[in-house]
Design a protein around this ligand. Structure first.
Ligand code: C2E
Ligand code: MG
Ligand code: MG
Length: 740
């Protein structure tokens, strides 16, 4: 739902951005168009002014020429009518067609030798009226070419001031126009000048113009829309002001018209510069196109940006969810996800289960880490596939899994847990690792209890599962709460205790079977707490074996014993071998041999003085245990099989040939006195002897037991009968010196 509305918001924002961009573009186009229009007007005005100036200069120079010639002739004795004819060199220099002189009757002589009567010409009549003139385009009446000509004329006065003729310069109109031609607006623009009556006097670049002789009549005739503009032109022209606007000639045209005066203000023309509206529209359309293309790309890139952003945010979200909730090993839910799902369940009736894989380390060691990971995946698959509706599973860490199972009764739950454990066991067997099964701790989630808290209760219950294989589960309600609290405290205090050397090594001597001499001893740990109280290993060893802390304690004991032996040797005591206990968990560490060897070397101790006690159960499920023990033996460290006769002891183990000594457990010794017990003991001892094993009897408390063991030819006796475990200083006093 939230996601849906988020999507809608994003779409609305994207659309709004696109519309905004288009609006901005349209606004910009308008602005640009207006700006261009203004620039065009400005250009039109500039070009018109330049043209006007060019026209003025051209006319002015010719006017000066004509004036100069007239005055020169007036001051000579020669008649102007004949005098002018000798200035043929000016004709060429000024690009004229001819120079001429009209006499009062209109008879005209010219520099090219032609004589004609021009009395019909307007410029003649005006000249005779004392007016200067520049004509529009005329058809040449002199000569035979009937070309297009433009004439500049001026009256010529005699000394008395009377007009005695009209001097004139005749231009070839085309040449005159060409001399004024100015390139403007990429050749699209053109200019022309009209007189006050609207007659076209000169035209520049007027190929397209095709106007007849009078602009006003012509323009009006072409389009009615020109009426207004013509009126305005006439008004402004009369005022001598410039005009700009739109005319409709062939098409829509923009123009700028500016007045030009010559001949001392006698003549005023209006200089037009015209540009077809298309010229501007073309440019604007091109810019519009570019803007639209730019818009397209801007919108495209913004959209792509948004898409990319959405995609990467989604990808990041997915990655975050993966990191937060997905277990990297199993690919399934992790503990955080488990808690989240269970916390959010409406109906939390069911059991919270903490499960771990018993002997998981043996898989890692026997088949490698990868196989261990594969096993975790397999377990996850088994758990996940066994889940029903409103149930959940997640991996906590290492081989610990959390389950929420919605069973109605304990019986059904137990049955289900056993079934799951069976599947895990089968899977492990396929990997050729026996003895693997799941252990469970179970509790019922209290009302308003956080899942984490419930889980830690379930875990405490799991830690109380006995290792006797009788039952693989424990309900929290079954366990002793004081014990749990105490266990927790011991776990917490372990590091500090190691650091502060609260763990002491006590020695229990081993005697020769006749009791005459000490032949060695066993190192046994004691925890002397900071308050002085002593804790026996039976209280904390099983706990530390479960949580893996034992490996550090074993190493600590081993190091302390090695150092002590080295010291006693140095001090000259009669040092005998000391056996140190090694837990199964210690053997899981693949570098144990190297580490212990290092300690022995550090102390510069002969390996005869140190022995290791390993229980038979340590061999369970650990394929290379024999290899590890073999390495110790190669170093010269003897291996003692501890507690033989407890649990699942098997005579077959004796044949494994990785032990030097067999330590008979107290439970076997305790049976001395009853027949079947004695028979069993007899067979065990004789088999051990046959295999060449050294036999030590442990837990010997009575003379009866001693006597029987003597009869069986046991080698050593360890028991309260001779000595209890004692602190090192007491043991030291019993040792005696080497010489003794
Ligand atoms: P264990 O290795 O079998 O050690 C022999 C245990 O039997 C010792 O108990 C010893 O005090 C007890 N014992 C010896 N003779 C007699 C007797 O005649 N009568 C009776 N009732 N008991 C006798 P302790 O010291 O309480 O140790 C218990 C167990 O704790 C040990 O059994 C061993 O498995 C473990 N343990 C002790 N120290 C260490 C250690 O440093 N590392 C490891 N991994 N385990 C240790
Ligand atoms: Mg022992
Ligand atoms: Mg023992």
């Amino acid at each position: 739902m939230e996601e849906q509305s988020g999507k809608q918001i994003k779409i609305i924002i994207s659309a709004a951005v696109a519309v905004l961009i288009l609006v901005v573009t349209l606004f910009c186009t308008e602005k640009i168009q207006a700006e261009m229009q203004m620039q065009l007007s400005q250009n039109l005005e500039d070009v018109a002014n330049q043209n006007a100036m060019a026209l003025r200069n051209q006319v002015h120079s010719n006017e000066q020429l004509l004036k100069g010639l007239i005055s020169e002739m007036q001051h000579s004795d020669e008649k102007v009518s004949t005098g002018i004819l000798k200035y043929t060199n000016f004709v060429e220099a000024y690009g004229l067609k001819r120079m001429g002189y009209c006499m009062t009757d209109g008879m005209t002589v010219s520099t090219d030798g032609v004589v004609a009567n021009l009395s019909f010409r307007e410029f003649f009549r005006r000249g005779m009226n004392g007016q200067c003139t520049i004509t529009g385009v005329l058809t040449d009446a002199m000569g035979d070419d009937h070309g297009r000509v433009t004439v500049m004329s001026m009256p010529v006065r005699n000394a008395a001031g009377d007009i005695e003729g009209v001097a004139c310069l005749t231009y070839n109109s085309d040449k005159f126009n060409d001399s004024l031609q100015m390139e403007s607006f990429e050749g699209k623009g053109y200019s022309f000048a009209i007189n006050e009556a609207g007659e076209i006097m000169v035209a520049m670049g007027n190929d397209q113009l095709e106007l007849s002789q009078n602009l006003f009549g012509d323009v009006l005739g072409r389009d009615q829309r020109n009426t207004e503009v013509i009126k305005q032109i006439c008004d402004n022209l009369a005022q001598g002001e410039s005009t700009q606007g739109t005319m409709y000639l062939k098409e829509e045209d923009y123009f700028f018209a500016t007045p030009v005066t010559f001949m001392d203000g006698e003549i005023t023309w209006y200089m037009f510069t015209v540009i077809p509206a298309d010229f501007l529209n073309h440019r604007i359309t091109a810019i519009q196109k570019n803007l639209l293309v730019m818009d397209f790309f801007v919108i495209l890139s913004i959209m792509s940006g948004i898409l990319l952003f959405v995609y990467t945010t989604k990808a990041q979200q997915r990655e975050l969810i993966r990191l937060a909730y997905i277990d990297p090993v199993t690919g399934g839910a992790n503990f955080a996800r488990f808690c989240q799902v269970v916390d959010n369940m409406h109906d939390k009736r069911g059991y919270l289960v903490s499960a771990d894989i018993q002997n998981f380390n043996s898989i890692n060691i026997a088949a490698g880490r990868e196989a261990g990971d594969r096993m975790l995946k397999d377990v996850w698959e088994i758990l996940e596939s066994s889940l029903r509706e409103h149930e959940m599973a997640g991996r906590m860490r290492e081989d610990h899994f959390a389950l929420f199972l919605a069973e109605d009764s304990r019986e059904a739950l137990v049955e289900r847990m056993e079934e799951i454990s069976g599947k895990v066991h089968d899977r492990a067997v396929k990997m050729q690792v026996p003895g693997v099964y799941l252990r469970y701790g179970v509790c019922i989630l209290e009302e308003n209890e956080a899942v984490e808290d419930g889980y830690s209760r379930a875990r405490s219950a799991r830690n109380c599962v006995n290792e006797d294989h009788a039952r693989h589960y424990m309900f929290y309600s079954e366990i002793n709460q004081d014990e749990i609290r105490e266990n927790q405290m011991m776990e917490e205090k372990f590091d500090q205790a190691l650091e502060e050397q609260q763990f002491e090594v006590w020695y229990q001597p081993k005697y020769s079977v006749d009791g005459s001499q000490i032949v060695g001893s066993e190192a046994l740990v004691r925890w002397r707490k900071s308050d002085g109280s002593m804790v026996s290993p039976g209280r904390f060893i099983p706990l530390f074996e479960k949580n893996g802390m034992i490996a550090r304690l074993d190493e600590y004991m081993f190091r302390t014993v090695c150092r002590q032996q080295a010291e006693w040797l140095k001090a000259g005591y009669n040092v005998l071998p000391v056996s140190v206990n090694l837990s199964r968990a210690s053997l899981y560490y693949s570098d144990i041999v190297e580490r212990y060897e290092c300690i022995i070397k550090e102390c510069d101790l002969d390996t005869n003085y140190i022995q290791l006690e390993v229980t038979e159960s340590a061999l369970e499920g650990k394929a290379d245990i024999l290899g590890v023990l073999g390495k110790f033996r190669d170093m010269g460290v003897q291996i003692l099989m501890d507690d033989f006769g407890t649990g699942y002891s098997s005579l077959a183990t004796l044949n494994m040939r990785c032990f030097d000594t067999l330590k008979l457990d107290k439970s076997l010794i305790d049976h001395i006195g009853d027949e079947s017990g004695e028979t069993l003991l007899y067979h065990v001892v004789s088999m051990g002897q046959q295999l060449g094993l050294h036999i030590t009897a442990e837990g010997v408390e009575t003379m009866v037991q001693l006597k029987y063991l003597q009869k069986l030819n046991c080698d050593d006796i360890q028991g309260f009968l001779f000595a209890r475990p004692m602190p090192s200083d007491e043991f030291e006093s019993r040792m005696g010196s080497r010489e003794a």
